[in-house]
Unconditional design. Structure first.
Length: 178
């Protein structure tokens, strides 16, 4: 029994120490990766996002990689838009703080939920193993314009709401006269 156990442990150690690869995890495909994937470019006038996908269908892989890159940008845009709107609201002096906060949140959601209009694939790379790498660029001018458009839409909706509320109050006051 003791001899069988020693042989079993020795076999397990032997199998556990056996190596099937070169021992380097870096050599598994990472050398065939574009440099911009791990260290995306930075610029004062643009945001960048990277994505990668490996699928049997190259078109689906490209779409998936692009969507992942845009998701990365969207997360960054959320922060940028919030700060842009803060500046915009301080300049515009919209109502009291509670309304301004709601306005900011609504506009931020509208801007980040859109399809990142103005974003474009800057670079694409197909690795030897079929993995597709995508670099997407989104200009900050597009971020500003989308935030401004969303703010205008939100302000128009708010003004429409206030006008309707005013007409409802007027109608109620007239009906109270009867």
């Amino acid at each position: 029994m003791k001899k069988t156990m020693i042989i079993t442990i020795a076999m397990m150690l032997l199998v556990g120490c056996a190596s099937t690869g070169s021992g380097s995890t870096e050599s598994r495909g990472s050398s065939d990766m574009p440099s911009w994937f791990l260290v995306p470019p930075t610029a004062e006038d643009a945001l960048y996002g990277v994505g990668q996908a490996k699928k049997q269908n190259p078109s689906l892989a490209k779409q998936t990689a692009t969507a992942r890159a845009r998701t990365e940008i969207s997360q960054a845009v959320n922060v940028k838009v919030a700060s842009l709107l803060k500046d915009f609201m301080q300049e515009s002096g919209i109502g009291d703080n509670a309304q301004a906060t709601e306005f900011s949140q609504a506009v931020t959601k509208q801007v980040t939920n859109n399809s990142l209009q103005g974003s474009a694939i800057k670079e694409a790379y197909v690795a030897k193993d079929g993995t597709i790498y995508i670099l997407v660029e989104y200009s900050l001018n597009s971020v500003r314009q989308n935030a401004l458009d969303a703010a205008k839409k939100e302000e128009a909706l708010y003004n429409e709401f206030k006008a309707k509320q005013g007409f409802d109050d007027l109608e109620k006051a007239i009906s109270d006269l009867d």
